[in-house]
Design a protein around this ligand. Structure first.
Ligand code: CDP
Length: 246
C-alpha cells in the first residue's frame, strides 16, 4: 500500500511538476490500424506511455477444451517490453501482468457481443513500449479501439484513466513520479455513454469525499477520452472511404 513518501514535493505553486493543473490529462495521441497482420490495431500515447494493441479474431479457439459453445472467449495479454521501464524489466509474464491482463479483460468483456461468435476466441495483445504510470488504462483505451477496428460487434467503446492523490490533493492521471511518491492511485474504466464502470481498482487510501470527487473526475475524463477514441476511428474510416472514391 502507498504511504506517500513525502520526500519529494509534487505540487509547487498550485501546479504539478510537469506543469499540469490538478484536473488535467496528459497529451493523448491515437492512431488506428497501425499493424498490417492484425485484424484490428491501435497505437495509443498518454504522456510518456506508448502502447500498441493488436486484436486477432474471432477465430477458432485453441485449445478446444477452452471453447465456449455459446459465445466467444476474450483473451487479453498485457505485456511490458523489457526496455519500457527505467530498470530493465525481466521478459515474460509476472504476477503484475497476469493481474492487469485479467482486470483489463473484465473491463472490456461487457461491451463485446460475444454471443455472435460461439466457439471462437478474440485475442487482444497489449504491448507496452514505454511506460510512465497508467499503462493499464492506456492499454484498455488502445484495446477498445483495436476491437472496433477489427470489426468486432460492440455495444460501445470502453475508456479508461486513473485518478490519485499527491501532496494531499486529488489529481487526474498520475505520471510515474507522482505514482511512486503519491498517496493513492485509482484506475477506472467505463462505458462513457452509459456511465457504466467496468474497472475500479485502488492502491493507497482516499477519504470518502476524496473518493467521490476522484471518481467524478475520472468519469468526466473518460468522456473526453471517449470522444478522442471516436474521432480517431472516424478519421481512420473516413480516410479509407475517401481513398476508395479516388
Ligand atoms: O502502469 P500502471 O499505472 O497501470 O500500473 P502500476 O503497477 O501502478 O505501475 C505504475 C508504473 O510503475 C508503470 O507505468 C511503470 O512506469 C512503473 N513500473 C516499472 O517501472 N517497473 C515495473 N516492473 C512495473 C511498473
Amino acid at each position: 500500500m502507498k504511504e506517500g513518501k513525502g520526500e519529494i514535493e509534487l505540487i509547487k505553486e498550485g501546479k504539478r511538476l510537469d506543469g499540469r493543473g490538478f484536473e488535467e490529462l496528459r497529451p493523448i495521441k491515437i492512431e488506428v490500424g497501425v499493424l498490417k497482420r492484425a485484424d484490428g490495431s491501435c497505437y495509443f500515447e498518454l504522456g510518456g506511455n506508448k502502447v500498441i494493441a493488436a486484436v486477432y479474431g474471432p477465430r477458432e479457439m485453441h485449445p478446444r477444451h477452452a471453447q465456449d459453445a455459446k459465445m466467444a472467449v476474450v483473451r487479453y495479454r498485457y505485456n511490458m517490453a523489457p526496455f519500457s521501464v527505467d530498470d530493465r524489466k525481466r521478459p515474460g509474464p509476472d504476477r503484475r501482468s497476469v493481474e492487469i491482463s485479467k482486470v483489463s479483460r473484465e473491463a472490456l468483456d461487457p461491451v463485446v457481443m460475444r454471443e455472435y461468435y460461439p466457439k471462437t476466441s478474440i485475442d487482444v495483445y497489449v504491448e507496452v513500449l514505454q511506460s510512465d504510470a497508467g499503462t493499464r488504462t492506456a492499454g484498455i483505451n488502445a484495446a477498445s479501439v483495436a476491437l472496433a477496428d477489427a470489426g468486432i460487434p460492440m455495444k460501445d467503446l470502453v475508456s479508461s484513466v486513473a485518478v490519485g492523490k499527491i501532496d494531499g490533493e486529488v489529481v487526474l492521471d498520475l505520471d510515474a513520479m507522482e505514482d511512486n511518491n503519491g498517496e493513492a492511485d485509482m484506475p477506472v474504466a467505463m462505458v462513457a455513454r452509459t456511465n457504466t464502470i467496468t474497472l475500479l481498482q485502488m492502491d493507497g487510501r482516499f477519504e470518502k469525499e476524496e473518493f467521490e470527487r476522484g471518481l467524478k473526475l475520472a468519469m468526466s475524463a473518460c468522456h473526453k477520452i471517449y470522444e478522442l477514441q471516436r474521432a480517431a476511428l472516424i478519421d481512420r474510416y473516413s480516410e479509407s472511404v475517401g481513398e476508395g472514391e479516388e
